[in-house]
Ligand binder design. Structure first.
Ligand code: UGA
Length: 445
């Protein structure tokens, strides 16, 4: 089947690559000519396991093409995906500028019936606005073409996006027209595997489903961070508590890891946007506001531990100290630093007069882009290099290569022999046995 996708960001590119992988003919459109040129030459601008080879193979096979030419893409597509960004505006609402600009472009170029598929995470009611924008353009052109607008939210995780897309646990489709549902079924037939993954509903419910899923996951994380904060004060170990509750299938093992708070391009933005939508409809969503507030506080928690350690009188404070920081990306297997907890820690360390030697397996270019040259930041080529001349170590992202360091070597390298473990990767006893002071999240002090 023939698919046009507007937006070659994270969602658009992964979706396009996966649809091409199963044999559909995909044309991806983007306004960024340099990006389109790069993609046509095999340069994939984001780091995502498995994505680059897949893009190159489908491109070579002629099933995946990239263009800036919206008219050509529209001439191609019987399905037209909208996968452009919805960044938060100042008050936390999703900014629909790009989505609606694409809708108008679609209306300007639509010549024959198509299913317009909303992939971007958009507030409830956006599909109606998209439909109206397309209809207005058609009317201005004086043409009549039948089209459907369906909501098909994505549930990709960065770092696992290709696997999530190729092996989805559900495919949510919100549509008003059964014919559009039938066509979506055919498009996604290769992804069903051993059972039907389709969950069909009305458009608004599909739009809300996306926010509900992310808000639920964010709630689990903030809940555990709250328990961690209590554990710290009452002398309990949240890791034991986590083991103690996760085995209840109603609670489950996933997303109950306490840590330095959630980041990324989705949870912070989506929780705020949903709270905002609720408020606009006259409902103060207290739980969602608390989830956000707890997370915001949690991002500052590692620094609180740093202050706690250095304010105990055994040192003259944080000023002048050198911190090795392991992990800058908001989570492992990505180079994405949007809303990353590392950024809060770095800002607080600098504010307190400390300097940083940082290492991340993938996010070094991103860090260079964000911070440029500064005297109080050295971007290092390895985890080991980050330790050279450092007084303390802070671990912010749980990359595999940080999980089992040689603690004796750490002890020898770190001037103040102290580890701040923002993801509870280590066993406190083991770290302390090597002669290091250890601080985790929710593990007593
Ligand atoms: C999230 C959802 O997991 C996806 O299902 C969704 O499709 C996506 O948002 C989206 O809306 O596009 P993502 O932001 O890539 O995916 O990352 P997650 O793996 O969910 O991690 C989010 C953050 O939560 C990370 O900073 C991670 O460190 C943190 N986290 C996660 C915890 O602190 N504790 C946990 O137990 C789990």
């Amino acid at each position: 089947m023939r698919v046009a996708i507007f937006g070659t960001g994270y969602v658009g590119l992964v979706t396009g690559a996966c649809l091409a992988e199963v044999g559909h003919e995909v044309v991806c459109v983007d306004v960024d000519a340099a990006k389109v040129d790069g993609l046509n030459n095999g340069v994939v601008p984001i780091y995502e396991p498995g994505l680059a080879p897949m893009v190159r193979a489908s491109h070579a096979a002629g099933r995946l093409r990239f263009t800036t030419d919206a008219a050509a893409a529209m001439a191609h597509g019987e399905f037209v995906f909208i996968a452009v960004g919805t960044p938060p505006d100042e008050d936390g609402s999703a900014d629909l500028r790009y989505v609606l600009a694409v809708a108008r472009t679609i209306g300007r170029h639509l010549e024959r019936p198509a299913v317009v598929v909303g992939k971007s995470t958009v507030p409830v009611g956006t599909a109606d606005k998209v439909r109206a924008a397309i209809a207005a353009e058609l009317e201005a052109r004086g043409v009549e073409v039948a089209f459907d607008v369906v909501s098909n939210p994505e549930f990709l995780k960065e770092g696992d996006a290709v696997a999530d897309c190729m092996r989805p646990d559900r495919i949510v489709v919100g549509a008003d027209n059964p014919a559009a549902v039938a066509r979506m079924r055919r498009l996604y037939a290769p992804f069903h595997r051993n059972r039907d993954r389709f969950v069909v509903m009305d458009v608004r419910s599909a739009e809300l489903t996306k926010y509900a899923a992310n808000a639920m996951l964010a709630t689990k994380i903030s809940f555990m961070n709250e328990i961690a904060n209590i554990a710290e004060r009452v002398g309990a170990d949240v890791e034991a508590v986590r083991q103690g509750i996760g085995s209840d299938p109603r609670i489950g093992w996933h997303f109950i890891y306490p840590g330095a708070g959630y980041g990324g391009s989705c949870f912070p933005k989506d929780v705020q946007a949903l709270a905002r939508t609720a408020r606009q409809h006259g409902h103060g969503a207290q739980l969602l506001e608390a989830v956000e507030a707890v997370n915001d506080r949690q991002k500052g928690h590692l620094f609180e531990l740093v202050q706690h350690h250095y304010d105990r009188g055994e040192d003259e404070g944080v000023r002048g100290k050198v911190f090795a920081v392991w992990g800058l990306a908001f989570k492992p297997n990505t180079d994405d630093m949007r809303e990353a907890s590392s950024r809060r820690l770095l800002a607080q360390l600098w504010e307190a007069g400390a300097s940083v030697r940082a290492y991340d397996p993938e996010a070094m270019d991103e860090a260079r882009r964000i911070y440029g040259e500064r005297d109080d930041l050295v971007l290092c080529g390895s985890a080991q290099a980050a330790l050279e001349g450092a007084d303390a170590l802070a671990v912010v992202t749980e990359w595999k290569e940080f999980r089992s360091p040689d603690f004796a070597r750490l002890q020898a390298a770190l001037g103040d022999a102290v580890v701040f473990d923002g993801r509870n990767l280590y066993e406190p006893d083991e770290v302390e046995a090597a002669g290091l002071a250890y601080y985790g999240v929710g593990r007593g002090r």
